[in-house]
Design a protein around this ligand. Structure first.
Ligand code: 13P
Length: 257
């Protein structure tokens, strides 16, 4: 296990502002007791970013947004630009989540533009990649992951990539209908991703945080976090409920005691 791990949650389209504030207040308190080896982050909806950023301004919780456009401004109805997010003061930008790829047809080339835009505004891009069930069944998971990684990180320099984090989220493992992945499968995928990152960036690639996500829950999180190349967990449902997130954090905290 790494000596620093990233643990965070993507709220997707769930919490209202009121619900999000109540959750964040509890997490603020909890974060004071959690080991500094654990980096905490939450990724609320755009509507909650400003108040939640204010609420966490004195805490160690990192705040991210779930998506953004790559242009500075323009006629893109319904979109939010990097300038707007920089004004709020977010730390991270989640890019290329499988739900964005699946329902809004986001592709790796667009994600790459967003990665560059995020970096130029000082955000940490959290780049999400993962194969879908058909790709897995056709035994092309590694080819898919290598291609996603290469295109999403195209023209990102060695220096810039020190700010990037990658989340491996097999599409078939995510959400209500997701099937949790075996730890051995995750270990193999992460070792492969690490090898790809090292091929692309040398020693710098060995240090890029690689997070795992997809049906992470109270039963399986410990197995995943103990995998050598898993440097964090990107959690959905099991972290939306503060009681279950608390249990996960307490048990992870014990690992650093
Ligand atoms: P679940 O943990 O609910 O499967 O969601 C994971 C996820 O999509 C994190 O981005």
């Amino acid at each position: 296990m790494s000596n620093k791990i990233w643990i965070g949650t993507n709220w997707k389209m769930t919490k209202t502002l009121k619900e999000g504030l109540a959750y964040t207040e509890e997490l603020n308190e909890l974060s004071k007791k959690v080991s500094s080896n654990i980096e905490l982050f939450i990724i609320p909806s755009h509507t909650a970013l400003i108040p939640i950023h204010e609420l966490t301004s004195k805490s160690r919780i990192h705040i991210g947004a779930q998506n953004m456009h790559w242009e500075e401004e323009g006629a893109y109805t319904g979109e939010v630009s990097p300038r707007m997010l920089e004004e709020i003061g977010i730390d991270m930008i989640e890019l290329g989540h499988s739900e964005r790829r699946q329902y809004y047809n986001e592709n790796d080339r667009e994600i790459n533009k967003k990665v560059h835009a995020g970096l130029s505004h000082g955000f940490t891009p959290l780049v999400c990649i993962g194969e879908n069930l058909e790709q897995k069944n056709n035994n092309i998971s590694k080819e898919v992951l290598a291609a996603q990684l290469k295109v999403c990180l195209k023209d990102v320099t060695k220096e810039e990539v020190t700010k990037v984090m990658v989340a491996y989220e097999p599409v078939w493992a995510i959400g209500e209908n997701g099937i949790p992945a075996d730890a051995t499968y995750v270990a193999e995928a992460h070792a492969f991703l690490r090898q790809q990152l090292v091929e692309l960036y040398g020693e710098t690639g060995a240090k890029i945080p690689l997070l795992f996500g997809g049906s992470v829950n109270l039963e399986n999180f410990m197995e995943y976090i103990k995998i050598e190349d898993v440097n964090g967990l990107f959690i959905g449902r099991a972290a939306w409920n503060m009681d279950s997130f608390k249990q996960i954090l307490h048990r992870l905290d014990d690992l650093f005691a």
